[in-house]
Write a new protein. Structure first.
Length: 234
């Protein structure tokens, strides 16, 4: 049975959410404010980012954020006082461009973004890896390749941090799939959900690679079946 944390992780503090979202305001008062409002909503309601920051606190290895979107993790890390080098990659060139602009506006140091199609290959990296809300959107064979690539990047003391829905037949799992499908319909995601990993298979794959593995629920205050998986190269 996967352990539940005694105190569920909460979203970022309001003042941090407000400061981060300001970096996503358009240059013109008449510009598109979608990213600004999305950032306020996402950071203000999702325990993902403080959960990932908690997992990475105390590590010094550079971080590769695979499928980074707008790069909100970079902002959360800096807001939480974590200054490890960050590189975000995503196949959505529009999000990468807007992420670069927001990071520059916020004055984030040691942060980089690149357009990378992870379906074609993985960038060279040695350090920690984050795979957040990505695995469920790619088929099982691609999931396996992504995990193997991330595991190969880990150096001693580095961590692989995953946030994913899990397929366990629960009501939360059904809600998670429905919302992921809706996100694809809206056009925010450029792919719909494929298959959610099972907890036992995911744990077995990571432990077979010699990693110490922890599962923690990240659904506090939300209806989703989201879990944080931290695999450490000891």
């Amino acid at each position: 049975m996967m352990p539940l944390e005694a105190k569920p992780t909460r979203p970022l503090p309001r003042e941090q959410v407000r400061a981060i979202s300001q970096a996503f305001l358009p240059a013109s008062p008449w510009g598109n404010r979608w990213d600004h409002y999305y950032t306020r909503s996402k950071l203000g309601s999702d325990p993902l980012y403080p959960g990932v920051c908690e997992a990475l606190r105390g590590t010094r290895a550079p971080l590769l954020d695979m499928g980074c979107g707008l790069g909100l993790l970079a902002h959360a890390l800096r807001a939480q006082g974590i200054d490890l080098p960050y590189r975000g990659v995503d196949n959505d060139a529009g999000k990468i461009a807007r992420g670069r602009t927001a990071a520059a506006r916020a004055g984030l140091a040691d942060v980089a973004f690149d357009v990378v199609d992870l379906a074609r290959g993985y960038p060279p990296h040695a350090g920690s890896v984050a795979i957040l809300d990505v695995l469920q959107f790619i088929p099982p064979d691609a999931q396996a390749r992504a995990l193997d690539a991330a595991i190969a990047m880990l150096v001693p003391g580095a961590k692989l941090v995953i946030r994913t829905g899990l397929e366990d037949g629960s009501r939360r799992a059904r809600v998670t799939r429905a919302v992921d499908v809706f996100s694809r319909v809206l056009g925010w995601m450029n792919a719909g959900p494929s298959r959610y990993p099972g907890a036992d298979a995911l744990r077995a794959r990571l432990e077979a690679a010699g990693l110490a593995v922890e599962f923690t629920p990240l659904f506090a205050g939300t209806p989703f079946n989201n879990w944080r998986v931290v695999a450490t190269r000891t």
